[in-house]
Design a protein around this ligand. Structure first.
Ligand SMILES: Cc1cc2nc3c(=O)[nH]c(=O)nc-3n(C[C@H](O)[C@H](O)[C@H](O)COP(=O)(O)OP(=O)(O)OC[C@H]3O[C@@H](n4cnc5c(N)ncnc54)[C@H](O)[C@@H]3O)c2cc1C
Length: 599
């Protein structure tokens, strides 16, 4: 049986030591969000994840969802767990107090999202989508719509979905065909079929609010003619939220999938269903991006959460499983063999997992912190800079943490050997669950195109400066006389990798101006190069904090572990940037020249 314990010491290290989370309480609206409040909230969330959600993870996977008479039923225990989740106020963790939410920083939601994903990703998808709908309606909805739906999403009594995909419209949402006809009541009749809709139907809440992309009559072609509508599963008869008849939305089927089997993935048929316009006509895609950007960050955290739980189990297994002897002589002669953890290749895998997970967590929470700065800081310049940094980092976080999530869960399975391939041990589920995170919310290749094609050129490269300038200044400090030699030794390889990133950026920008295929062919390598440099930057900062603590007399082994892992990251993982750089410099002709028939 797998196990999970929320990594609270790690979380505290990042929030307190690295990010100095107490700064958040100085932001307008976050006065109450002091560490004295935040850490007990996080600890309570950890208990819910460990005691309520995690025990349902394997059984939910084995049972899956079922469709009976047009209604979807989630696995046994999910409805009760959802009641515990919503009843504990977790749906409203980061929702505004005026909507009945707790009004806590987004950073705390990030922590919860990671822990929920570790404990039970399939479960977490249901409230995760509601949170996305909450954000989109709060930003783009009319006042009456907000009054009606926001409190019900915040208290978890209603849920939400995101309905983009159609059979012919996946990545290319300009191909959406679902139609919206205005009716005499000021609402719209929505007709069309959406596929792959997560949480499209379930038995957790009294109502489900679908955010649907559709076309108005005479709308401009392609993505300029798409509008956003809110379509409830059940109609609402008054402004107190009283539910009436079923809307004309039906679940035509559920998918049988490789992973996240406790999450329903539905075909939804809209047969003239009543819906409300959200935001302006034909501006549906930008409005939907409010939800998609938040969802992309959340999916990155899903990758991290799965990597964390898989690593915890692989580490415990590597300590317990006795196979072979340490190469330099028996570590424990009393035992018939030594534990796996003595073997260099097992240690390589465990350290790779640790370095990616802890670096990825630091990167994710650092971005979460900037989302709070963007939302709340009193200085508009700080808000703008934070927002631009977040925009730059969204595709990197999504693609990097989900690719690493899959790699790390796969390494965990490798450490288990054949026992990892066996269902009962629960490790293969993490690999299966992780796979979808690389695909949905914009497949990772599309994230790379977003980075190279949109985020780099945006505002003539200004977004990039919010990442590069502070890092360049930090690295410069370690070149000066008197710099701590242990930290300078970590900074040197990072400076080299950072140089490669800057050089590759210029290469892509110039080649892309002449030939867009050149930039696109390098995009995935570039995103990984950027991601590794970003992880390196966070590892250097963590090492610096840990070194300060140790020099100040702390004997906490966590700090020693940070320095060891930073050294491992810089020495064994960051050098991948050399190969990525060479591949980028090689150009796109080798990709584009072969004739299609030659494949
Ligand atoms: C379990 C599950 C849950 C989902 N949940 C939802 C949901 O809740 N709501 C929703 O609306 N959708 C949902 N989806 C759909 C998901 O977002 C899409 O599957 C995804 O966006 C990719 O679309 P597609 O599958 O049609 O692939 P396609 O668009 O056909 O793409 C196939 C491959 O080609 C690549 N590709 C496509 N275009 C380009 C390009 N221009 N350049 C380079 N590469 C390209 C893609 O990256 C991908 O690797 C879900 C899917 C699954 C499987």
């Amino acid at each position: 049986m797998p196990r999970y314990q929320a990594p609270l010491a790690e979380i505290r290290f990042i929030l307190s030591d690295l990010l100095q989370v107490e700064q958040l309480a100085a932001l307008p609206g976050y006065q109450d969000a002091t560490p004295d409040l935040l850490f007990p909230v996080i600890a309570a969330g950890a208990r819910l994840c460990e005691d309520v959600l995690f025990p349902l993870n394997q059984s939910g996977d084995a049972e899956g969802c079922r469709l009976e008479d047009g209604r979807v039923f989630t696995p046994a225990g999910f409805p009760a767990a959802y009641r515990a989740y919503a009843g504990g106020g977790w749906s409203g963790l980061a929702c505004a107090p005026e909507d009945g939410g707790m009004g806590l920083p987004e950073l705390v939601y990030f922590v919860m999202e990671e822990m929920v994903s570790s404990a039970n990703l399939a479960f977490g998808i249901y409230p995760g989508l509601s949170r996305g709908v909450y954000n989109a309606v709060r930003r783009h909805g009319s006042e009456p719509l907000k009054r009606l739906v926001l409190p019900r999403l915040a208290d978890g009594s209603w849920a939400g979905t995101m309905c983009l995909t159609e059979p012919q419209a996946g990545t290319d949402l300009g191909l959406v065909r679902t139609r919206a006809e205005p009716d005499e009541h000021g609402t719209y009749r929505i007709t069309g079929t959406k596929i792959f809709i997560s949480a499209g139907d379930h038995d957790l809440t009294a109502n489900i609010l679908h955010l649907v992309l559709a076309r108005l009559p005479g709308a401009p072609a392609h993505s300029r003619g798409i509008s956003l509508f809110l379509v409830p599963k059940r109609l609402v008869v008054d402004d107190r939220g009283t539910l009436g008849a079923a809307n004309a939305v039906s679940c035509g089927g559920i998918e049988h999938k490789m992973g996240i089997r406790g999450s329903s993935t539905c075909v939804l048929n809209f047969d003239g269903a009543t819906g409300w316009l959200v935001g302006q006509a034909h501006k549906g895609l930008p409005a939907m991006f409010t939800m998609m950007n938040a969802a992309r960050l959340a999916v990155g955290l899903q990758g991290l959460g799965l990597a964390e739980v898989a690593t915890q189990n692989a580490l415990a297994y590597a300590r317990e499983r006795l196979q072979g002897r340490a190469l330099k002589g028996a570590r424990d002669p009393e035992q018939p063999a030594d534990p796996l953890i003595v073997h260099p290749d097992i240690r390589r895998m465990l350290l790779t997992m640790k370095a990616y997970n802890e670096g990825g967590r630091a990167l994710a929470y650092w971005i979460g912190f900037h989302i709070d700065l963007e939302a709340r800081h009193s200085d508009p310049k700080v808000r703008e800079a934070a927002g631009e940094l977040v925009a730059l980092m969204i595709p990197i976080l999504k693609a990097l943490l989900t690719d690493l999530g899959f790699d790390v869960t796969n390494l965990a399975l490798q450490i288990y050997g054949g026992h990892g391939y066996i269902r009962d041990n629960g490790i293969e589920q993490y690999v299966r669950d992780a796979r979808i995170t690389q695909i949905y919310e914009g497949a990772n290749g599309i994230q790379a195109l977003d980075l190279v094609g949109r985020k780099l050129p945006q505002a003539t490269g200004r977004l990039l400066r919010h990442f590069c300038h502070p890092l360049a200044a930090e690295l410069e400090e370690f070149r000066r006389d008197g710099a701590d030699p242990a930290l300078a030794a970590l900074a040197a390889p990072l400076a080299k990798a950072f140089g490669r990133l800057q050089h590759a950026t210029v290469t892509i920008a110039f080649r892309g101006l002449v030939d867009p295929d050149q930039a696109a062919a390098a995009a995935t390598d570039y995103l990984r190069l950027f991601g590794l440099v970003a992880l390196g930057a966070l590892w250097l900062r963590m090492a610096r904090v840990a070194q300060e603590k140790l020099l100040a007399g702390s004997e906490d082994p966590l700090y020693r572990g940070k320095l060891d892992t930073a050294r491992f990251f810089m020495a064994k993982l960051l050098p991948q940037t050399g190969a990525l750089f060479a591949a980028i410099q090689a150009g796109g002709d080798v990709v584009m020249a072969p004739d299609d028939a030659a494949f």
